[in-house]
Design a protein around this ligand. Structure first.
Ligand code: AHM
Ligand code: MG
Length: 338
């Protein structure tokens, strides 16, 4: 059997980056490695979800008499433990926790970074075998290194992210992460338990054939969004014909597909929920950063997602993200109908 020696693992890739930038300390690479480790542990449990009684509500008891943790609670614990035991993260905020957690041990307070994450997005899809994912954003703290982090370290605009990424637990498991230098995708090779570089330097096509939105809410969207969706459906033959509508209901899977193939993902505000559903800090901002580095765009319908100044950890915002030219067409429709 021949082994492809050209395939780089995540560790080899980050070490190569360090060689290219000798001034880097390696702290960010180490943080990404920790996230990769937590994701591998979550992946093992996600793959077992159909076999073991792990789908029950948190607090219930499984057949072995053990307390069952829901997978999103399990995933949350894994990410916190790995980051807390590591030395490259000074604190975290998570969709699963009301408040941020400051790591106050001597090593952690000397770290430059904080991490915000949604440990298992789309978890309503687990019991029907549909892809789910983890989303994360990394910021350089604004309080002095050597002190315990405070809320202001977490309430930074998305444009301050130094890295962001996601893991999609799908037909294969992939870790995609972006720094300002580029977006790279790693597929988990289960035979060696390593993330291997499968999608180097991902670029989002300028336009695509796919739009993704929850059509059930169409009549609750505002006029601009409705007219953009209608325009997607009414593309003439010369324009390539009507676009395809694809909506899994797991943002990680929907945006991942659109990032690779070209497309637009929308979770607009509705008349009953003007700010939509998605959370700015750990759902929208990481994707806005990743897709932006890959050449696409993201807005809340008024301003760039990355320019929104957050006022609370769990705030929601309307979210539009995708291929550059499709986003520009959307923006024109929103302006004309605004
Ligand atoms: P969650 O954080 O509770 O899992 O919800 C987020 C998910 C996204 O992944 C997805 O895009 C959206 O909810 C789907 O919501 P809807 O069913 O309202 O279209
Ligand atoms: Mg979520």
């Amino acid at each position: 059997m021949s082994i492809n020696r050209k395939v780089q693992t995540l560790d080899e890739f980050t070490i190569q980056q360090l060689r290219d930038f000798p001034q880097a300390t390696g702290e960010l690479s180490n943080l990404l490695r920790n996230i990769g480790l937590a994701a591998k542990r979550v992946n093992v449990e996600v793959n077992k979800a159909g076999l073991v009684d792990i789908l029950g509500d948190a607090g219930t008891v499984n057949v072995q008499g053990e307390k069952v943790k829901k997978l999103d609670v399990f995933a949350n614990d894994q990410f916190i433990k790995v980051l807390q035991h590591g030395i490259s993260c000074a604190g975290i905020a998570s969709e699963e926790l009301d408040d941020f957690v400051a790591f106050d041990d001597e090593k952690s307070i000397h770290s430059k970074y904080v991490c915000l994450f949604d440990p298992l997005d789309g978890s309503g899809n687990i019991d029907v075998n549909v892809s789910i994912g983890t989303i994360f954003g990394v910021y350089r703290r604004v309080t002095p290194v050597g002190t315990v982090v405070t809320k202001e370290d977490f309430l930074q605009p998305g444009s301050s992210q130094v890295a962001a990424g996601y893991v999609v637990y799908g037909s294969s498991t992939m870790l995609v992460y972006a720094t300002r230098r580029g977006v790279n995708g790693f597929t988990l090779d289960p035979s060696i338990g390593e993330w291997t570089l499968s999608h180097p330097d991902i670029r989002c096509p300028e336009k695509g054939k796919i739009y993704s939105v929850n059509h059930g809410s169409f009549f609750e969207f505002d006029k601009g969004v409705q007219s953009y969706i209608t325009a997607c459906q009414q593309k003439s033959k010369e324009q390539g014909g009507p676009l395809r509508q694809r909506y899994v209901g797991s943002m990680v899977a929907d945006v991942h597909r659109n990032l690779i193939k070209g497309g637009i993902f929308m979770y607009p505000g509705t008349s009953s929920k003007p700010d939509g559903k998605l959370r700015l800090l750990y759902e929208c901002n990481p994707f806005a950063f990743i897709v932006g580095v890959a050449g696409g765009k993201a807005t809340n319908g008024k301003i760039r997602t990355l320019d929104i100044v957050p006022s609370s950890l769990h705030e929601r915002c309307p979210f539009f993200v995708g291929s550059k030219l499709m986003m520009e067409e959307l923006e024109t429709q929103l302006d004309q109908n605004g």
